[in-house]
Write a protein that binds this ligand. Sequence first.
Ligand code: TYD
Ligand code: MG
Length: 459
Amino acid sequence: MVKPKRRYVCAACGSVSFRWQGQCADCGEWNTLAEEAPATVFSSKHNLSSGGRPVVFEALDDETKPLQRRLSGIAEFDRALGGGIVPGSAILMGGDPGIGKSTLLLQAAAKLALSGQAAVYISGEEAAGQVRLRADRLGLAKAPIRLAAASSVRDILTTLNSMEPPALLVIDSIQTMHSDQIEGAPGTVSQVRASAFELIRYAKENGVALVLVGHVTKDGSIAGPRVLEHMVDVVLSFEGERSHQYRILRSLKNRFGPVDEIGVFAMEGAGLTEVGNPSTLFLSGREQPIAGSAVFPAMEGTRPVLVEIQALIVRLASGATPRRAVVGWDSGRMAMLLAVLEARCGLNFSSAEVYLNIAGGYRLSDPAADVAVAAALVSALADRPLPGDSVWFGEVSLAGEVRQVAHSSLRLRESAKLGFGRAFGPPDGNGGGTRGGGGKSYGALAMLPNLVDRIMGGE
Ligand code: TYD
Ligand code: MG
């Protein structure tokens, strides 16, 4: 038998090398390589083509029991999961330190426990006293959660196997867990993988919903190998700016429901509160319309969220290179829009500094934001406020056409609900007449110059 080679795996990106190095050759992180137990080398004599048990094939239309979901009682949490917690599912929750993962999961566990379902919360990061203090602060000290500070997977599973399986098991965090079957410190790739594997197996066998908290690296991916994301059924990411109040729970992968669903929360003195109507959160206090501000009905999964886009244009006297800065949107996309506005509409931004900001610390990725950004830019350039009750949406092509986008009617309905009676966007298939969605008046913009005329014309 060939002597297995030593393998070193990077804890940040999961790449394998056969020699220890101080710096990972793939991702450039320092001191992340750790030796991994060698893989068994199979010889071709022992291949897998015989000696197994037959596998039973099934038809796709065979009976399956419908998914049962348990409601945690925190509607925004259930929504991000696609409608509740599926028993036996493994959920990975990532997020920056201090964003509120432990707080949210403690609240969810407490809600379940208070509704009579058993919830176990294992903390490998904080002492039980610290968790209890947090529960106190959240007003949850009376919730019958089973709380423990532990990090040995063997101890945890031995204990769990000696009791009735709970409805929910929270492991905070997977990077602190330790399996004594594998060498290496907690947090290394092989430890994380082995610990997660054992915990997930317990969850599947016992119908327990398992939530693993995962640390996030500097670039925003969940630390440890990508394999962790493959092992679980659901990957959630808890996001937000620590300096802002709001938090978004986003589902990045869901074997039991739609992805891109979000739950919105606000971090307050007594923990996370649900924000049922996120649009009110992102619209800054709008008393009087000001130039350079446009409201955009964005879509988050299947959910419309109104956000405010702010543009500021400062004319430069000298020939210095003007600055362009974007917060919350793609700067390449803004450069493209500026170019289209110059080439197709004859506007001149070349000697001006352009700043773009999405209010509330929100990050936009919806392509339909083009029209709203263009409206904010043109309004700032012309120093003309947009109508206070208007929303803007649509995708802009390089030729300057305004393209149809998904979910127009949902966007319009949400806008009308919040008192925005005028909408400007792409013409629909029928030439832009009435809309099913409830925008009281709808301005169809076929081309970007139409938008400029609207704003410059003062309408
Ligand atoms: P935490 O849940 O510990 O974050 P994570 O587990 O993601 O690292 O949240 C910590 C932050 O939340 C901390 O900076 C204080 C803040 N916080 C509140 O503002 N209100 C509260 O009620 C609680 C419990 C925390
Ligand atoms: Mg924590």
